[in-house]
Design a protein around this ligand. Structure first.
Ligand SMILES: Cc1cc2nc3c(=O)[nH]c(=O)nc-3n(C[C@H](O)[C@H](O)[C@H](O)COP(=O)(O)OP(=O)(O)OC[C@H]3O[C@@H](n4cnc5c(N)ncnc54)[C@H](O)[C@@H]3O)c2cc1C
Length: 477
């Protein structure tokens, strides 16, 4: 059966990107939207997340703008003690379901087709029956899956696994069959591996029976400085100090050292120079816990797990029965070539600058609805690749600083950004009379121009292979 219907926007993907966009289109326009996803429910990858995952940022600034999430409650136990709550997978999935059921669908302007594949050009195929739809798109196709990442739960590991070897994705750990393992080998350098190691240790597994294969060492952002509400002043002060460091550092190395000394950036092993930056946020207590794992293998990526050995890029490890391998090595954030966000008949959801995904994806919806012309929209919304290596932190931060003036100059966008709960500084007005915050704001204002100019120089020098550049005039800072 072939059916055709009309919609203004066809949104492919009911994850954060697609739903954040739709939420803002409904708020700022009278358009109709069809959302399609091959998964059975909204929430994207969170539908398949491991049971012990948590947001790495406070819930209060994550998710769909028009729907409340999180509370002003701070954790009192565990490695997030003292900091604002982090939603777990059930709460995150419930948030997306609530957004769909209580906000998007009741608008009467949204049609949602789960279990449905977009085949291209507005053609949809149900995964439950033989029906197909041809969507006549009035305004644009919105590709909200272009930068969607991979997670270990839904793909094979990127290495060969011999018959008889026990190798599971992180999520399977929580429901293990068979005898308890003698040893655990965790494979991966990112957030999933970090969560897995922390969860094992907190579950009472001794650190001596854990081997952690990390092909790269990562920089992690300190959660202490990513806090809203009562702890916002710490974030404002840390950001001001970061800008001042960006303005005065003579090299990328010097800058990262300064950010580490200030506590803004953390690494698990202080004897190894990080090269990776995925923007993940951790607490100091988590880092202290993870440092108890001493058997860290740095021989590159795993190529194969055989019955008696693990073959890596740079060597081999002995293996044996009783070892459980935990695959945490999916690519994570996707990094396809960047393309213009706004093109005739198409929007391609991508990150634009250093900020949360929720804020940026919602902002693309606001820009679509409130700005005239794709030239103006693209001037404001310049895409970049998701961060991967340490220099990406600086380039995405530069993009944030370069674009903030023009965003602020656009009245509707600026009004939305000031009021949204997704904005990290949303409560700043509460602290208007706080002398610490006032001093930090003054330092930020005094540093931002020099920080932008100096970062441009540092990034350029790093890319061209020159490790240090003449320091800027401190008087200008
Ligand atoms: C463990 C983990 C923790 C994270 N924590 C945070 C955090 O604290 N804060 C934060 O900001 N970000 C976090 N992230 C990043 C996270 O990826 C984003 O927050 C966000 O959830 C990504 O949403 P998305 O819509 O881009 O992708 P997805 O959630 O992957 O959604 C894309 C959807 O598109 C669908 N799709 C793709 N192609 C088609 C097709 N052809 N037809 C139909 N459907 C299709 C897929 O089924 C999928 O449901 C985390 C990521 C991971 C893996």
């Amino acid at each position: 059966m072939d059916t055709a219907f009309d919609t203004d926007y066809l949104v492919v993907g009911a994850g954060l990107a697609g739903m954040a966009f739709t939420d803002r289109i409904l708020e700022h326009s009278d358009a109709t939207v069809t959302i399609v996803d091959r998964r059975d429910a909204p929430g994207g990858h969170w539908r398949d997340a491991y049971p012990f995952v948590r947001l790495h940022q406070p819930s209060a600034s994550y998710g769909i703008d028009g729907v409340p999430f999180g509370s002003e409650r701070r954790d009192t136990a565990g490695h997030n003690a003292g900091l604002y709550e982090l939603a777990g997978p059930d709460e995150i999935r419930a948030h997306f379901e609530q957004a769909m059921q209580q906000r998007l669908l009741p608008s009467g302007r949204v049609r949602y087709l789960p279990n449905c594949e977009h085949l291209g050009d507005g053609r949809l195929a149900s995964r439950l029956h033989r029906g197909q739809w041809q969507v006549r798109i009035g305004r644009r196709l919105v590709d909200a899956a272009y930068v969607a990442g991979e997670i270990p739960a839904v793909g094979p590991p990127p290495f060969a696994v011999a018959d008889g070897v026990r190798c599971v994705p992180a999520g399977a750990l929580a429901r293990l069959d068979g005898p308890a393992p003698e040893r655990y080998v965790i494979i991966g350098a990112g957030k999933t591996a970090l969560d897995t190691c922390a969860w094992l240790l907190e579950s009472g597994v001794p650190p001596e029976v854990i081997t952690w294969i990390r092909s790269r060492e990562a920089w992690w952002l300190n959660r202490r400085f990513q806090q809203p509400f009562e702890l916002l002043p710490d974030q404002v002060v840390a950001n001001a100090e970061m800008l001042a460091a960006m303005a005065r550092s003579g090299s990328v190395r010097e800058l990262f050292s300064a950010l580490e000394r200030s506590g803004m950036l953390l690494r698990i092993d202080e004897s190894v120079a990080p090269t990776m930056f995925h923007g993940a946020i951790v607490s100091e207590a988590e880092v202290a816990l993870l440092r108890t794992i001493e058997d860290v293998v740095r021989l590159g990526r795993v190529r194969a797990i055989e019955r008696d050995r693990v073959v890596l890029d740079g060597g081999e490890l002995p293996s044996g029965p009783g070892t459980l391998y935990v695959h945490c090595a999916a690519a994570g954030l996707a990094r396809p070539p960047v393309r213009l966000i706004f093109e005739p008949g198409r929007i391609t959801m991508q990150p634009m600058f250093w900020d949360t995904a929720s804020f940026q994806f919602a902002m693309i919806g606001v820009a679509e609805a409130t700005i005239d012309g794709d030239e103006a929209r693209n001037a404001l919304c310049r895409p970049l690749r998701y961060w991967d290596v340490e220099l990406d932190f600086l380039t995405s931060f530069l993009a944030l600083m370069r674009s903030s003036g023009s965003r602020a100059a656009h009245p509707e966008l600026a009004a939305w950004a000031r009021g949204t709960r997704l904005h990290p500084y949303r409560d700043l007005a509460r602290w208007a009379d706080d002398p610490r915050v006032a001093a930090a704001r003054a330092l930020s204002r005094a540093s931002v121009r020099a920080a932008t100019e100096n970062l441009e120089r540092l990034v350029e020098a790093e890319r061209s292979g020159a490790s240090a550049v003449p320091r800027p005039n401190p008087a200008a800072v």
